[in-house]
Design a protein around this ligand. Structure first.
Ligand code: KG4
Ligand code: ZN
Length: 334
């Protein structure tokens, strides 16, 4: 079954074609990052307008790359929640029009569920490994979920304030680095000493919750006191290490508490090499199987939406053409 995936929840216009939830035939991603960089972050109205311009060329390119025509598609999956409403509406309108015109089954996909399913693209045998633990680390969300089956999630921990991606992005701004912050902090950190500045780690007792807002404040305080004396690469590496340590340790605790042996990571921050190295070391020490998708599948893309849509359609009837978009909604809502 060839599923067309469409993703426009933030600043990437993406269309993908995935066969049977595992074989990526095309995954076209048109990023708007350069456009938003001058504003220091995503401007929702600019994002919506760019999606309108790019949606059809991106769809066409997906077909060309896959060597397919519209007639080869068997279903359409589109991100409908959560995200920037104006941006979501562009992808959802295009997907509905296509599904109607071609009489194809259509499914609205939760963006975080899409991130989770990037792991199934990386490791198709995961479907036999339930229950799984998934650390979701994106720009707006940080959570640890237990996945008991397709579409079945239990929230074990979540951030009480900033998301990990937000901590990277806000830290980048304080360090004077351009948008998008995460990759730029990671790049600068490569030459730095992660032990130079002892930034705080917020453990919150035995909880699997996270808190990153204090870390951001301590970076601000450090910067104003340090007056540029410490090399910025050392500051970036130390700041990144504080985020990575907490994410890694909380996933270790979740695995110990639940006894689950297969752990996955999803979302833009999962593209961070320092995080994946720390998770690898932790998984090896604990005897866990770890799945980390390739960086292009960690950040926003439509292949993950097509994969999530495929598995949803295997187990549920398609959505009607009247489904809505939602700016925020927890993972696991129908
Ligand atoms: O999942 P994603 O692409 O979009 C959302 O759903 O939010 O995640 C974007 C977040 C941003 O905060 C970005 O700075 C962060 O992921 N990010 C990274 C890296 N690549 C993207 N953070 C750290 N290191 C990276 N290499
Ligand atoms: Zn995302």
């Amino acid at each position: 079954m060839n599923v067309l995936g469409v993703e426009t929840s933030c600043d990437e216009t993406s269309a993908a074609i995935v066969t049977d939830g595992r074989e990526i035939r095309a995954n076209i991603i048109a990023s708007q990052a350069d456009l938003h960089a001058r504003y220091g972050g995503v401007v929702p109205e600019v994002a919506s307008r760019k999606h309108v311009e790019r949606m059809l060329p991106v769809l066409q390119e997906a077909l060309t790359t896959a060597g397919m025509t519209w007639a080869d598609l068997n279903a359409v999956a589109v991100t409908n929640r959560p995200g920037l409403l104006g941006a979501l509406l562009v992808g959802v309108s295009a997907a509905k029009a296509l599904a109607y015109a071609r009489n194809l089954p259509l499914v609205g996909v939760h963006h975080l569920e899409g991130h989770v399913y990037s792991n199934f693209l990386a490791a198709p045998d995961l479907a036999e490994a339930f229950p799984l633990l998934v650390l979701i680390v994106s720009g707006g969300h940080t959570q640890i979920v237990r996945m008991d089956g397709h579409g079945r999630y239990a929230l074990l921990g979540r951030t009480r304030d900033d998301a990990a991606g937000e901590a990277f992005d806000k830290g980048a701004r304080l360090l004077g680095l351009p948008y998008p912050g995460g990759p730029n902090v990671a790049k600068l950190a490569e030459q730095g000493d992660p032990n130079r500045v002892p930034f705080p780690r917020s453990w919150l007792g035995d909880s699997l919750d996270f808190s990153f807002s204090g870390l951001k404040t301590s970076l601000r305080t450090f910067m104003s006191r340090d007056n540029g004396q410490t090399p910025s690469a050392d500051v970036a590496a130390s700041y990144q290490a504080a985020i990575v340590d907490v994410l890694t340790e909380k996933l270790r605790r979740a695995a110990r508490q639940t006894g689950i042996r297969t752990v996955c990571v999803a979302g833009g921050v999962a593209a961070n090499r320092s995080l994946s190295a720390a998770l690898q070391a932790m998984a090896q020490a604990e005897g866990l199987r770890l799945v980390v998708p390739a960086p292009v599948l960690c950040t926003d893309n439509a292949a993950m939406i097509a994969a999530a849509g495929y598995f949803r359609l295997l187990h549920h009837p398609p959505d009607g053409l009247d489904f809505d978009t939602f700016a925020s909604e927890p993972l696991g809502s129908a």
